[in-house]
Design a protein around this ligand. Structure first.
Ligand SMILES: Nc1ncnc2c1ncn2[C@@H]1O[C@H](COP(=O)(O)OP(=O)(O)O)[C@@H](O)[C@H]1O
Ligand SMILES: [Mg+2]
Length: 467
């Protein structure tokens, strides 16, 4: 964060000054009073369960210098009509100043799957080449994005932003706060279909990140996804594509998969020397090739060369938890914990990785919970996944919870399954069943939407090593 006076915060947010205008914010901008440190700006957001205004004394006790609030509080404050909007306005102004003062590149990343993985990859690629700010966790909404922007300061060279959207207009809002120099669109898939009301609406919403570029900014588009390449029409400047098809500007050739489920490929960049750079990924799952290419294309746009990108990708690991996190247990069981989130695309990807990792010698076990927010097609989508499990020859399927019942039905209808598919009502029952069932050598995938709670099972199954 750059230093700001209370007067400057008031000017940026259009708020009323209820503090000495010279009070200085010298620390970070926080929404959690417990995270406030000396000189912090405490943003008092009204939450679902708690109201930030009630925590002003805690924030001030921890050293907060100023509060951004919706009403007068017992502390130096800037009072605004809507705190969330004001947070966005402050981030926009700080970014404007940082851009005016120096050489800062902003990369925005959106898509139905892979945003967090790609921003983590890009963060790892860029960090050795200049001070880089990357969102913590999955900070990608109207609160997390401005908070991430506000972490940048005069020394920041690269600001990587994850931009999430669950409706039309969301990305327009985020890009108004932080118009990217480079916008990356990963895929238009079935995530949040229910809220959007159809895949074309998802495409329209994602295209907003392209329209929201700075004038002349670069759109980095997935050449393997027709709905994404079509966004070139909305681009205000250059378009760069990535993918596995020969026409992609940044592409993967000679793709291979090793037995640990990691992909390798030759990275080729159009326009660069006619050489390829071998890349061996450390992330598990074929689907990460696409994320790696997206990160590569973005990194090249902000100045890295292909050799540096290839070297960076080879060293990059999965940072955020519960995403294809592989644990080798001492009892010989391998656990793949991918319980952070799930939609049909990521389910398919994870199941394929499970099949590859188990190969012919090991028993594959899929423990699957509900994919949430799929709207009216939900039942059919779960049914499809059940059928895929059978086609991939997964040896044991454990379906957890009523909402995931369609997976069980699909699997049952696709083949003659007796004991090979089990339905259990909850995580506890699944846990007991797995304790009895798992044998040395098994490879177990745990996956569901976050809200379905299978991450507890993921923790438990992999944690037996840590204990
Ligand atoms: N390109 C992809 N295709 C299919 N699944 C993917 C892809 N990228 C990531 N995933 C899977 O999707 C889930 C969410 O990944 P994440 O990177 O957190 O995406 P997001 O931030 O967009 O929700 C994880 O299970 C991950 O393994
Ligand atoms: Mg995310």
């Amino acid at each position: 964060m750059i230093e700001l006076t209370a007067a400057e915060v008031a000017a940026a947010t259009g708020g009323r000054l209820a503090a000495d205008p010279d009070v200085r914010v010298t620390g970070s901008v926080v929404i959690d009073s417990r995270l406030a440190g000396p000189g912090a700006l405490f943003v008092a957001l009204p939450g679902e369960h708690v109201d930030g205004h009630d925590y002003v004394p805690v924030a001030v006790g921890n050293g907060a210098a100023l509060v951004l609030a919706a009403r007068d509080v017992d502390a130096p404050a800037v009072v605004v009509e809507d705190v969330q909007t004001a947070l966005g306005a402050l981030a926009r102004e700080v970014l404007r100043r940082l851009r005016a003062a120096g050489d800062l590149k902003v990369v925005g990343i959106t898509g139905s799957v892979g945003k967090t993985t790609t921003k983590d990859l890009l963060g790892q690629l860029l960090t050795p080449h200049g001070q880089t700010v990357v969102p913590r966790g999955s900070f990608n909404n109207e609160i997390g994005l401005p908070l991430t922007v506000l972490e940048a300061d005069a020394s920041t060279r690269f600001l990587v932003l994850e931009m999430g959207a669950s409706g039309i207009g969301h990305l327009t809002y985020l890009t108004q706060i932080a118009p990217p120099d480079v916008s990356v669109v990963l895929a238009v898939g079935s995530a949040h279909l229910g809220e959007f009301g159809g895949i074309e609406a998802v495409a329209t919403a994602k295209a907003e990140i392209v329209a929201g570029l700075v004038p002349g900014g670069t759109a980095v588009l997935n050449a393997d996804d027709l709905r994404v390449v079509a966004m070139a029409e909305a681009a205000p400047g250059p378009v760069v594509t990535f993918g596995t098809i020969p026409t992609a500007d940044v592409r993967a050739e000679n793709i291979g998969m090793d037995r640990s489920g990691c992909a390798s490929f030759d990275l080729r960049v159009r326009g660069a020397e006619p050489v390829t750079h071998p890349v061996q990924l450390r992330l598990v799952g074929e689907h990460h090739i696409s994320n790696a290419l997206a990160a590569a294309a973005a990194a090249i746009q902000v100045g890295l060369d292909a050799a540096a990108v290839a070297a960076g990708l080879a060293g990059a690991t999965a940072i955020s938890p519960h995403r294809m996190a592989v644990t080798q247990r001492p009892d010989g069981v391998t656990v793949i914990d991918d319980s952070y989130n799930a939609n049909p695309d990521s389910m398919r990807a994870a199941l394929k990785a499970l099949a590859v990792m188990a190969g012919r010698e090991r028993r594959s076990v899929a423990v699957l919970g509900e994919m949430l927010e799929l709207g009216p097609d939900s039942r059919a989508a779960h049914d499809e996944i059940g059928r895929l499990v059978v086609r991939l020859n997964i040896k044991l399927l454990v379906v957890v919870g009523d909402g995931a019942g369609g997976i069980h039905d699909g699997a049952t209808q696709e083949g003659s399954w007796g004991d090979e598919t089990r339905f259990v009502p909850d995580v506890e029952t699944a846990s007991a069943l797995l304790r009895d069932e798992l044998l040395p050598g098994d490879v177990v995938l745990v996956k569901s939407s976050n809200g379905s709670g299978l991450w507890r099972l993921g923790d438990e199954l992999s944690g037996e090593v840590r204990a």
